[in-house]
Design a binder for this molecule. Structure first.
Ligand SMILES: NC(=O)c1ccc[n+]([C@@H]2O[C@H](COP(=O)([O-])OP(=O)(O)OC[C@H]3O[C@@H](n4cnc5c(N)ncnc54)[C@H](OP(=O)(O)O)[C@@H]3O)[C@@H](O)[C@H]2O)c1
Length: 283
């Protein structure tokens, strides 16, 4: 049964822990922030922000189902979580197509049991001026960042309503769900649309006891941003524009997702939580 397994301690995961106060007891155990007993599907969990979210969710005590298109990498990631004392399985599917997302979600529930939390993290970046974008670019960004998440929300909402236990959905947006910038219109449109879904569906899903929220990261050091990080002018602009003066590490996004997925956020729905070093509240 979920929740009966030992939960890895924060120190087992290598987080910065004060040895004077670390008792070896999982930090969230017995608190409203704990995800013990929950089963959580995380898309885009093979690397970057999704992998960091999967680790944070595992640390919070949940059974994590890691998803992306790459079964071999996912298997390796799941083993890492299990080695640390977590419960983890994989569900490999293409989340950008209707058929892939719906069949993948169904297979995951059939294989592993009811899913309590969906984290819609899989996404692609696009840094191009509108004049350079093609409709192939359009389809790729919209299919991955909007169509796939929409299909998965539909599947999860149906499934959670049928289970009758409610649930939580956390979408991963962006500072570009809130702001605009040059060379990012298509990406920003996809992330603004996901914010729109989050707000409207908060109303629609509440009667079924399902909360839906969004975490909006600023600039995060992941593979998606490799080219931007190598671009000195871009890197300096990010640091200058961000009150905390630096890019985020992927592991700095997971805590917000755990919070919104947990019963600590039981009265929060339709919310956009910026995890952006203060970027979206400053000029
Ligand atoms: N990095 C940033 O600065 C930043 C800032 C704000 C928001 N975000 C958002 O955070 C999320 C994660 O970004 P990241 O930086 O971690 O990106 P990343 O390192 O490029 O990882 C993207 C993840 O999405 C998965 N994915 C992509 N297309 C997929 C598809 N068709 N089907 C299934 N999985 C797919 C990839 O898995 P496979 O390739 O293994 O399938 C991978 O696990 C995205 O939604 C992104 O828009 C990122």
């Amino acid at each position: 049964m979920p929740g009966s397994r030992p939960i890895p301690t924060a120190s087992a995961r290598g987080w910065a822990i004060d040895p004077q106060t670390d008792t070896g007891v999982p930090a969230l155990s017995g608190t409203p922030f704990s995800l013990a007993g929950r089963r959580v599907l995380v898309t885009g969990a093979s690397r970057g922000i999704g992998w960091a979210i999967a680790q944070a969710i595992s640390d919070a005590g949940a059974h994590v189902i890691l998803s992306s298109r790459d079964a071999a990498v996912l298997a390796d990631r799941a083993e890492t979580l299990r080695d640390a004392g977590g419960q983890a399985d994989i569900a490999a599917f293409d989340a950008a197509t209707e058929a892939g997302a719906s069949a993948g979600f169904k297979a995951a529930t059939e294989q592993f049991g009811p899913i309590d939390v969906l984290v819609n993290n899989a996404g692609v970046g696009m840094r191009k001026a509108m004049a350079e974008t093609t409709m192939t670019d359009f389809d790729r960004v919209i299919d991955t960042n909007l169509r796939g998440p929409y299909v998965l929300i539909q599947c999860a909402a149906d499934h959670m309503a049928a289970c009758g236990t409610g649930g939580a959905i956390v979408n991963i947006g962006s500072a570009l769900s809130i702001l605009g910038r040059e060379n990012a219109a298509l990406y920003g449109a996809s992330k603004h649309a996901l914010a729109g879904l989050t707000k409207s569906l908060a109303r629609e899903l509440a009667p079924s006891g399902i909360r839906i929220n969004m975490v909006c990261p600023g600039y995060v050091e992941t593979e998606m941003m490799t080219a931007q990080r190598a671009d000195t002018a871009f890197d300096q602009a990010v640091c200058a524009r961000t009150p905390l003066g630096r890019w985020a590490r992927p592991d700095e996004i997971g805590g917000a997702v755990v919070f919104l997925a947990s019963s600590a956020a039981s009265y929060i729905t339709g919310h956009l939580l910026a995890v952006d070093g203060g970027m979206t509240v400053s000029v």
